[in-house]
Design a protein around this ligand. Structure first.
Ligand code: CUU
Length: 449
């Protein structure tokens, strides 16, 4: 039986996204916004402006420039940034951070920014790899209880019988391959490739998952097994993935490292990765994909962060920078200087500003209905009206947030369709910001004692 060597990937915690319904800007062939398309609703002018930005990016005319989205909270600033990334292509990296994240970690703020920038630059690699190829004839995943949560079972080991052209081959593989097989939903009859060096699994056929390419490859023994062949694989990584991979190699405590992924990456590692990537590009084996870095609440950035970003915009390796804010004139953090949106003028000069406007009830109704569909939640039309009203009186985000608890209540009442009374019930359970502030005011004397 062949043992596959494997390299553990640094785990990423997938955030359940409230923007998962957005697949693009929803523009027609003349760049005009369709009222409801690609998961986007209304906000026509901003979407059309964003469409122009996408065109400029594609023509290489956004170098050294960025975008500033200005508008009240819940007016789709994040949604627009997501849509721009989607328009730029399927594997365009998208990173969203809140400016306050810079100040809430052990890491230096410029390090947080640097990591965010490198997460937003993709490298598409084409490479000939030695792979095991075959149709899955039998697959057994052994599971164990998770250490973190004993009620959850996690894949521990996999035994795969691959039917190859003229043979059958049994492979045993450890945890990370077992995990990948589960994640890719590999079933009997699928054709898969397993990288003979890194143990990364690629499934072909039903899903078009990309391969994971492992940089360097140094020190990994290729097991001598039967059917191995050379295959050209394309995979996309971010520069940050490659930094982490190389860093993990160097300390060679991959497992321990993965527990502490919040870690400073040395300049040496970044330089080495840049060198490797440039080398691959020169050889025609890789290309860069500039992605989108979205920074929300940009007025919370301080003067140092702004100068770091201004410099980053000028460098040859820069993502598309999209800042967002809901502030007008305010002090630039770390100074006594007032500036529009709290952003220094030299950076403002490089930003194209796109305003976003509050939604009307009809638009809110459509957005809520798209979210409900995305979450597989059914609302009766009156409940949707009720929620749209709440959305326009309180806030869109509050209304969207009520969907899941309202669904729970409907289920408890033996229904799988949300009725207006369920909406009323959750509305009473959970306060919107206005009511919670009033509540505190009302009981100020008691609460502050
Ligand atoms: N079409 N869905 C939309 C949408 C539109 C917003 O977080 P968010 O982007 O607002 P901001 O960053 O300005 O605070 O919007 C809140 C939610 C999440 C988003 O995907 C959805 O509403 N949304 N505008 C479809 N035009």
């Amino acid at each position: 039986m062949v043992e596959i060597k494997e390299i553990k990937k640094v785990p990423e915690i997938e955030k359940a996204s409230i923007h998962s319904h957005i697949t693009g800007l929803g523009l027609d062939e003349h760049g005009k916004a369709i009222f409801k398309a690609d998961g986007m609703v209304g906000q026509e002018e901003a979407r059309e402006a964003a469409g122009l930005v996408v065109q400029l990016v594609k023509q290489g005319k956004m170098a050294g420039k960025g975008i500033l989205l200005v508008g009240p909270s819940g007016t789709g600033k994040t949604a627009l940034a997501v849509a721009i990334a989607k328009e730029l292509g399927e594997d365009t990296p998208f990173t969203a951070i809140n400016a306050s994240e810079l100040y809430s970690t052990e890491l230096k703020k410029t390090e947080v920014l640097m990591q965010a920038i490198r997460k937003s630059i993709g490298v598409r690699v084409r490479e000939k790899r030695l792979v095991y190829e075959g149709e899955v004839k039998e697959l057994r995943i052994k599971v164990a209880k998770s250490r973190l949560n004993p009620y959850v079972q996690v894949p521990r080991e996999a035994e795969i019988t691959l039917k190859t052209k003229d043979d059958e081959m049994k492979l045993t593989a450890g945890e990370s391959i077992a995990e990948q097989l589960v994640r890719l939903g590999v079933r009997k009859g699928d054709v898969i490739w397993i990288d003979a060096e890194t143990g990364q699994v690629v499934k072909t056929g039903r899903s078009k998952e990309v391969a994971k390419y492992d940089i360097g490859g140094g020190g990994v023994e290729v097991p001598s097994g039967p059917v191995k062949k050379e295959k050209e694989l394309t995979s996309t990584f971010t520069l940050h993935d490659l930094d982490l991979n190389l860093a993990a190699r160097q300390i060679s405590f991959t497992a321990i490292f993965s527990l502490f992924s919040e870690r400073e990456i040395s300049d040496d590692i970044r330089k080495e990765v840049d060198r490797l990537v440039k080398d691959m590009i020169n050889k025609g084996n890789a290309e860069l994909i500039p992605g989108v870095l979205f920074i929300d609440d940009a007025h919370m950035l301080d003067i140092e962060a702004f100068s770091f970003l201004t410099k980053a915009l000028e460098s040859e390796l820069s993502p598309i920078l999209i800042l967002a804010t809901n502030r007008g004139m305010t002090k630039i953090r770390g100074t006594d200087i007032e500036s529009p949106h709290g952003i220094p003028l030299d950076l403002l000069d490089r930003l194209l500003i796109i305003p976003t406007k509050p939604y009307n009830e009809k638009e809110i109704r459509e957005i809520i209905s798209i979210r409900a569909e995305e979450l597989n939640i059914e609302l009766d039309p009156q409940a949707l009206d009720e929620l749209a009203k709440i959305g326009s009186q309180e806030s869109l985000r509050y209304a969207v947030q009520l969907l899941e608890p309202a669904n729970l209540i409907a289920n408890r009442n033996g229904r799988n369709v949300i009725k207006p009374e369920d909406i009323k019930e959750v509305y009473n359970y959970f306060a919107d910001i206005k009511r919670s502030v009033n509540y505190v005011k009302e009981y100020e004397n008691l609460l502050l004692k």
